[in-house]
Design a binder for this molecule. Structure first.
Ligand code: ATP
Ligand code: MG
Length: 512
């Protein structure tokens, strides 16, 4: 009896919930308000007392806006389109819908704007579903630790600052230091790896976005990528919603159990757009004139990156947010915020960039706090000695510049360090497989590059990788399957590397 009663109560509650849910957005009659003022992408509207937070409002010229500030007498609306033909007194209608984006398989290979409208002249987006752009991050209980690697194909990152699937890794550096290049290279390297990639360009110059899309197209990477563009000249409203829309598109794929990579390029522009909107809406400014909730804004976004437990589908969403620093100042407000929200950072130094040491990753200032656990075991005995050789070298190099007389051991460390630096250089759009990286770095640690003159190291490294192609399938499989090489295999590979590098050796000093 008691049980029956309880069931009846539960059913009644369920019913009430459902009715409430439906009535929430079902507009009983057309609600119409009036536009009071509009300027710089922000409008003030009166007469729509039932509007929901983040609801879409439709203006007379067809432009949509998001209800941002709900004050007792008026609504502060962020416009998502042109305001030029709007006049005070014109009609504003409720849509009854919170802002959303199309999601699904049909998004792959498309270039869209922040509302999911196509920008690529290949017809409408054939998505069946739409998801709200703001969604709750997955609860802790559904999350699994980061355990699988996300290979960038870039030696210095995969070996020394490894990234795991589900991790949030910040890419930061001054302007023009190769941030976008690393992000795009990482997408290119996901070819045939069953990874869905989303490149979200926020406030970038049109030419830079075009170049990125061009690179993706050239390497046939568009078929597994969604490009979401909110270019520099669009309204701050669209810039503001872009990363959330990208996250929702990514979450749909994660929900299907897929691995997803989302690049937010860059969140500095996003923060600027939000600051602009907040100041126009007269929200109180805080540090560096950013509104007080800017930290929450970005943490809400990045919390959505995660690796799900198998019973929840096992998908993952890796976030690579990009931040531009000013004059190498890592301790400005937005960079410190993001450093504290993410699981590590790759810092790109303009000094290294100018010296031509590309990618300009400053290993000393970069870190990956969780990726080490996901790194393939093949790297395990390589990263330690490499990091040590490199950091010792950086110290000694400054020292050696004063013309100090050096003992043999020190000189050797310096010579090795110079070679480490040369070997870690890598061109754009030339990702290396795990196997190529591991053999190259093993040869480096074993001193096989030491007899080579610095100028031919790059060529020698390329030759070694070229000769490895299609050889050692067994060892390659072992490495990729997360196993370590036997001592025998290692010897064998080193002998092979030695033979490949020999022709580059510098015999001049022997003749002298
Ligand atoms: P911005 O601040 O304008 O967004 P950015 O930091 O994203 O710049 P990129 O646009 O990626 O920098 O790169 C700047 C320039 O450096 C580009 O012309 C790019 O081709 C070049 N570059 C980047 N990485 C490499 C590399 N590894 N090898 C050769 N050239 C590179
Ligand atoms: Mg860039």
């Amino acid at each position: 009896m008691n049980g029956q009663f309880q069931r009846a109560v539960l059913q009644a509650e369920d019913h009430i919930d459902r009715v409430l849910q439906q009535s929430r957005f079902a507009l009983k009659e057309r609600e119409v308000g009036r536009l009071i003022q509009v300027s710089s992408g922000v409008a003030r509207v009166r007469g729509l007392p039932n509007t929901q937070a983040m609801e879409l409002l439709r203006f007379e010229n067809g432009v949509m806006g998001i209800a941002f500030n709900l004050d007792p007498n008026e609504i502060g609306v962020v416009l998502l389109g042109e305001e030029s033909d709007l006049t005070a007194g014109s009609r504003v209608e409720r849509s009854g819908r919170v802002i959303d984006v199309p999601v699904g398989e049909a998004m792959l290979g498309r270039v869209i704007d922040a509302l999911g409208r196509p920008l690529d002249n290949t017809g409408p987006v054939a998505a069946k579903e739409r998801w709200p752009i703001e969604r709750e991050a997955r609860p802790i209980i559904e999350r699994a630790p980061v355990s699988a690697p996300l290979q960038t194909g870039i030696k210095v990152i995969d070996a020394l600052i490894p990234i795991g699937r589900g991790q949030r890794q910040l890419l930061l550096g001054d302007r023009q230091t190769g941030k976008t290049a690393i992000a795009i290279d990482t997408i290119l390297n996901q070819h045939d790896k069953d990874m869905v990639c989303i490149y979200c360009a926020i406030g970038q110059r049109g030419a830079a976005v075009a170049k990125a899309i061009q690179r993706l197209r050239e390497h046939d990477a568009l078929k597994y990528t969604v490009v979401l563009v909110a270019a520099g000249e669009t309204t701050p409203g669209l810039l503001y919603i872009a990363p959330y829309a990208a996250a929702s598109i990514g979450e749909w794929f994660m929900q299907q159990g897929r691995d997803v990579l989302v690049v937010y390029d860059d969140l500095t522009r996003h923060a600027h757009a939000y600051r602009e909107l907040s100041l126009l809406l007269r929200r109180p400014p805080g540090r560096e004139a950013y509104p007080g909730d800017i930290f929450y804004l970005h943490s809400r976004l990045l919390e959505r990156a995660t690796h799900l437990k198998d019973e929840y589908g096992g998908g993952s969403l890796t976030a690579l947010p990009v931040i531009e620093t000013q004059a190498q100042n890592l301790s400005a407000y937005i960079p410190t915020n993001l450093i504290s929200i993410t699981d590590g950072q790759v810092y790109l130094s303009p000094v290294l960039f100018q010296k031509g040491e590309l990618p300009a990753v400053d290993v000393g200032k970069s870190v990956s706090r969780v990726g080490g656990k996901a790194q393939l075991p093949g790297y395990l005995d390589i990263s330690g000695p490499l990091r040590l050789a490199y950091s010792q070298f950086e110290e000694l190099e400054t020292f050696a510049r004063f013309g100090t007389r050096l003992d043999d051991a020190t000189r050797q460390s310096i010579e090795r360090g110079r070679r480490v630096r040369e070997v870690l250089k890598q061109d754009e759009s030339s990702p290396l497989t795990v196997f190529e990286q591991i053999v190259t770095l093993q040869a480096l640690n074993a001193g096989l590059f030491d007899p080579l003159p610095l100028v031919s190291i790059k060529k020698a490294g390329l030759r070694l990788c070229a000769e490895l192609a299609e050889r050692f399938p067994e060892q390659r499989r072992r490495i990729e399957a997360g196993k370590r090489l036997s001592a025998e295999d290692k010897q064998h590979l080193l002998a092979f590397a030695h033979a490949a590098l020999e022709s580059f050796e510098d015999h001049r000093h022997e003749d002298a």
